[in-house]
Design a protein around this ligand. Structure first.
Ligand code: THU
Length: 139
């Protein structure tokens, strides 16, 4: 699967963002180990703290559809002049499902920058700290 396809899917997912309060749409697209693409967008709420980011919407949807093994995620927002990373909460939620997947920060023109959880979330708290060395995260 070409990265360009994953990027395109996250750009399309952004169109569905429900963000009447921030007017800041975000899209995410996750590539599973089996080759499926699962997308998400941010979903805001009048009780602002209940807002869910695009990345977490995508993760929750993916898990609910039976996926737990992921190889990449692409994320995009409307900021044109720089690459924007996932918020801290989303970094932690991504880590739950492994530290090895690729993260593509993308812009509306389809350009992207590859990064990783090791870079975005150094010295993490992980399942390994709860005595679960069997789980996906490698530190
Ligand atoms: N947002 C995301 O969807 N992902 C992030 O990683 C950062 C922020 C959303 C949440 C909210 O709906 C809007 O962007 C402004 O914070």
């Amino acid at each position: 699967m070409a990265v360009a396809e994953l990027v395109l899917r996250c750009l399309q997912a952004r169109d569905a963002a429900y963000c009447p309060y921030s007017r800041f749409p975000v899209g995410a697209a996750i590539l599973t180990s089996g080759g499926a693409i699962i997308t998400g967008c941010n979903v805001e709420n009048a009780s602002f703290g209940l807002t869910v980011c695009a990345e977490r919407t995508a993760i929750q949807r993916a898990v609910a559809e039976g996926h737990r093994s992921f190889t990449a995620i692409a994320v995009t927002c409307d900021i044109k002049d720089r690459f924007v990373g996932p918020c801290g909460a989303c970094r932690q939620v991504l880590l739950e499902f492994g530290s090895e997947w690729d993260i593509y920060l993308t812009k509306s023109d389809g350009s992207y920058k590859k990064t990783s959880l090791k870079e975005l979330l150094p010295l993490p708290f992980s399942p390994a700290h709860l005595g679960r060395p069997d789980m996906a995260v490698k530190l």
